[in-house]
Design a protein around this ligand. Structure first.
Ligand SMILES: COC[C@@H]1[C@H](c2ccc(C#Cc3ccccc3)cc2)[C@@H]2CN(C(=O)Nc3ccc(OC4CC4)cc3)C[C@@H](O)[C@@H](O)CN12
Length: 293
């Protein structure tokens, strides 16, 4: 049946078969979910099953204060200079900070406090004001932990975020200047490294990963810190699958968190598991314009 048949009335002389109301419609070549978004959905489901709440993380631009200083990362740390970080020229500086908290951060960096000797350097507000593209989502974890105490009384939390982070790194087949960081954070009374290890076993077991190994590592904001490895049956080898640790007192106590509250956290990328799941060797097959070299 065509529009011409309908217009010129020729349809009247045609024989039509009965309409099959059970027939499926023609399959349309419509859009597909991006692999990264499918894997993000899997991680989000795992966190929600484990009782975690998603943190707001739509602030790609962050101040150096929240991205570094609040995390007890010293102002002279190499990660803070332009070869690792994208600084923003407009607006170049943030000016709104919780000043009482900022002063406690200044003290713990410059003179030490809470039993820590600090880094003994002249901490500068101008350095903390510099805006950048966040290098990790841990800046949002710091914001959320600080918010916990704004209301005065601490209550235990389990937060997560999965969002874009930016590093001024050398590009190669597996590294772009940005990636998606997956991060989990738990704050509760008297948490131990055992709680972190147990949580990591539970989290990764939901990805089918049961053989984990942990290697001591260093992060400016966690002590102890551990790199996480798993034996990947498909790849027949041990691979690094993330990093983790317990936030330092020098990060938590300036936030006025109770001294018997500990915070355990871990992170991984979204791109690496997605590339493995979809057997991609070059990250450009996952993101970025399709360019035939
Ligand atoms: C500059 O590189 C950062 C990124 C990214 C990363 C590293 C650390 C964190 C973190 C953290 C953290 C630590 C303490 C407290 C809070 C957050 C987040 C992302 C991955 C972390 N990594 C990573 O994702 N690897 C990975 C993860 C899952 C996976 O799934 C497969 C099914 C088995 C496979 C691989 C490890 C390496 O790939 C590493 O070379 C690259 N890392």
């Amino acid at each position: 049946l065509t529009s011409d048949l309908l217009v010129n009335g020729a349809w009247k002389d045609k024989k039509f078969k009965l309409y099959n109301f059970d027939a499926l419609g023609a399959s349309l070549q419509i859009g597909h979910l991006h692999p990264l978004l499918k894997v993000r959905h899997e991680f989000r489901k795992i966190f929600l099953e484990m009782g975690f709440t998603e943190m707001p993380s739509n602030n790609y631009i962050e101040s150096s204060f929240w991205n570094f200083d609040a995390l007890f990362q010293p102002q002279q740390h190499p990660a803070r200079d332009a070869h690792d970080t994208f600084f923003i020229s407009e607006p170049c500086l943030s000016t709104k900070f919780p000043m009482e908290y900022l002063e406690r951060v200044r003290t713990v960096h410059s003179k030490g406090a809470y039993g820590s000797q600090g880094y003994r350097y002249d901490w500068k507000l101008e350095e903390a004001q510099k805006n950048l593209l966040r290098t990790h989502t841990t800046s949002n974890s710091a914001r959320m932990l600080y918010k916990l105490m704004e209301k005065g009384d601490f209550k235990p939390i389990k937060y997560f975020s999965i969002d874009r982070v930016f590093r001024n790194e050398t590009l190669d087949a597996t590294h772009l200047a940005e990636f998606h960081q997956v991060e989990g954070v738990i704050a509760d009374y008297n948490l131990t490294l055992g709680n972190l290890i147990g949580t990591l076993y539970e989290f990764f077991s939901k990805l089918g990963i049961t053989q984990l190994q942990f290697k001591p590592a260093y992060n400016p904001y966690t002590e102890p810190s551990m790199e996480i490895f798993c034996f990947h049956n498909g790849l027949e080898k041990w691979i690094e699958i993330g990093n983790s640790g317990m936030f330092r007192p020098e990060m938590l106590l300036p936030m006025n968190l109770p001294p018997d509250v500990n915070v355990i956290a871990w992170g991984l990328s979204l791109e690496r598991p997605t590339m493995i799941k979809y057997c991609l060797n070059n990250i450009r097959d996952l993101v970025g314009p399709k360019v035939d070299m």
